[in-house]
Design a protein around this ligand. Sequence first.
Ligand code: ADP
Ligand code: MG
Length: 477
Amino acid sequence: MQWETVIGLETHAQLSTVSKIFSGAATRFGAAPNAQACAVDIALPGVLPVLNRAAVEKAIRFGLAVGADISRRSVFARKNYFYPDLPKGYQISQYELPVVVGGSVSMVVGDAEKTVHLTRAHLEEDAGKSLHEDFHGMSGIDLNRAGTPLLEIVTEPDMRSAEEAVAYAKTLHALVRWIGICDGSMQEGSFRCDANVSVRPKGSQTLGTRSEIKNLNSFRFLEEAINYEVRRQIELLEDGGTVVQETRLYDPERKETRSMRSKEDAHDYRYFPDPDLLPLELSESWLETVRASLPELPQAKRGRYMREFELSAYDAAVLTSSREVADYYEDMIRTLKGGYKLASSWITVELFGALKRAGLEISQSPVGSRQLAGLLLQIQTNVINGKTAKDVFEAMWNGEGEAEAIIAAKGLKQISDTGELESVIDGVLAANPKSVEEYRAGKEKAFNALVGQAMKATRGKGNPAQINEILKKKLAS
Ligand code: ADP
Ligand code: MG
């Protein structure tokens, strides 16, 4: 039997507002427990929620960025359940009428484009947190998180593999940071995913029973949890069992998912409109103001890079993975004439390699965009070859200054003097009669060996194109 995997993701993105969604308490991360929980957050009797306009604006930004419908009227509802970290006994969320409806996210998986449709995105408040250490056999409750604004973004069951789910999550993660609505910190819990996973016989049109894996806070865990869950469900079904609809947790240490509780149905939560909050009504003029403030979006930029700069889908996706990277690239090509692919490969290979080894973000790069462009200009004008450029890059990385100065100080200028190269090559040909013979007998590889010898003789500074040309000429005669 061939199986097909079906995945839908629910993502909680913490909206980067200064204060909470229904109170004036701060949202800053890392404060002492309960230092940022006010009367509203701890649900003292008689207090009322007041909606934070900044949280709504960020939800609108998101909706516009994914081409969704923005509901002109949406409603806050109470989702009732009992848990120690939920002081009110209900979470304020949106249920029947969410603020964002539909929309889609397109991404690149491998070198192919894939679109994931969104069901909805709604505003809600986060709960608090139970602390199980340091309390001598008891648990503590920290309500700093209670009332933190979240946007829950729900997809259709459109993904067919863990790889696609991760690609979607990464694209969404990049998007929310790009439009400035979420800081994306996964360690601090600002961006976390629930994965709904089911399998069905290939070709079947009906959905299988799903399980929901909660709170995956890294892309690696997301991938591992889905792959484990798919294997578990297939084995279960092939052994004649049935999948039960349930909520599961991923244990990264044992790399397995475990049952947490049977899945509640919506009616278990007794949703009803919150009488303390008016329906949220949005004016056209506000939507237009928000629309006008959106930057060029990653998807549009990616398409433009492919069209205007003839980059591959993959390279265009890498260069638009964050605004910082795209800005770096655009800054470079403003300085260079053409060189779109050259700049792209220097960023994605050399710069990213060095950043990764040093554990740095591009915003912390010791080599700035103008500086790197200055180096590539030296390649474009044939002052140095690509190989020497790597050495110059390393010197720049180590703070030795601008490319031009380093090249002058170290005498790295490429040898493009035809006379000089010809005499070097005459020497190489005289010293390697065997390679010459082999080349003339039709062995292409021998040619590369001779090029290598000539480069060596110039201590890496020979102009490779010229060396090739002169060698060909001399060998043909
Ligand atoms: P809830 O989890 O709150 O009950 P929904 O039933 O709307 O909400 O589904 C939530 C998520 O589960 C959505 O992303 C949806 O695409 C996904 N989903 C629903 N059914 C399946 C299924 N059979 N297999 C995989 N994903 C599913
Ligand atoms: Mg759910």
